[in-house]
Design a protein around this ligand. Structure first.
Ligand SMILES: [Zn+2]
Ligand SMILES: [Zn+2]
Length: 260
């Protein structure tokens, strides 16, 4: 029996892209769906959430890593927001001193958008992220990662299976050690590998990592499967396929499903 079903809805970093050179890995920004019994848990609300079609009888939760645009830009278009009185729970840490609702209100309000989130038919509730809690029978653990203004790393565990979502994470010895301890023995680790090692020299401090560091963390933690996420916006299908064969690790593709 499947404890956690993980689906990639969008895995592009920074900004959505489109065109024939991006069709295989996909151009939509960060959004992943985890299905677990009656629970439908979305990790981030980038433009990938626009293609989500939640089932009628599930509980919808959105876990936000942070408030950068690429992780939020799909939220105003999430179809479940248009369902009358549909409960939607959104969790986030405070960012730049703002509570989750205050931060969302800055984006979803005039002049950027013609209405606020409470004007949608759904019933949206915002929650400040506890360090550890349950959504149904899914245990959620959190760890702050290294990223400008922070980014939450999530671990979801159910029936002895677990996955860790570590996007918008920049490696440094202390952060990698914490992430390895947090990911110890997990079944699936999603790791930010936006840059190549050569590019990284130019983008140090931007808050993203490289494949080599992800492999080190996965080895140290003994994770069963490592998948790279948050692909650079202009990295085309051919280049991503080449990186996959160089490192022997998958780069997430829109539509990928992992059954744990
Ligand atoms: Zn991002
Ligand atoms: Zn970010």
């Amino acid at each position: 029996m499947t404890a956690l079903k993980f689906t990639v809805l969008g895995t592009r970093g920074s900004v959505p892209v489109e065109g024939k050179n991006f069709s295989r890995y996909g151009g939509a920004t960060s959004c992943y769906k985890v299905s677990a019994g009656k629970e439908e848990i979305y990790l981030d609300a980038g433009s990938g959430i626009v293609s989500a079609l939640p089932a009628r009888d599930t509980n919808i939760t959105i876990l936000l890593t942070h408030m950068h645009l690429d992780h939020l830009v799909g939220l105003p278009f999430f179809i479940a927001l248009t369902e009358k009185d549909r409960p939607i729970d959104i969790y986030s840490n405070k960012r730049s001193g703002l509570m989750p609702k205050e931060a969302i209100d800055r984006l979803i309000s005039n002049p950027f958008w013609p209405c606020k989130i409470e004007n949608y038919p759904a019933k949206v509730s915002f929650h400040l992220l506890p360090e550890k809690f349950f959504i149904g029978d899914v245990e959620i653990d959190t760890l702050e990662g290294s990223h400008p203004e922070g980014s939450t790393i999530y671990k979801l565990t159910r029936q002895g299976k677990s996955l860790v979502y570590a996007t918008d994470f920049e490696h440094n010895p202390a952060a990698c050690e914490s992430l390895a301890a947090f990911s110890k023995g997990c079944d699936l680790l999603l790791y930010d590998a936006q840059y190549t090692a050569e590019e990284y020299e130019r983008y140090r401090g931007y808050g993203h990592s490289i494949p080599q560091e992800g492999i080190k963390v996965a080895d140290a933690a003994g994770v069963k499967k490592l998948v790279f996420v948050h692909h650079a916006p202009l990295r085309n299908d051919e280049e991503l396929a080449k990186l996959e064969s160089t490192f022997g690790v998958s780069f997430a593709k829109v539509g990928d499903e992992f059954l744990l």
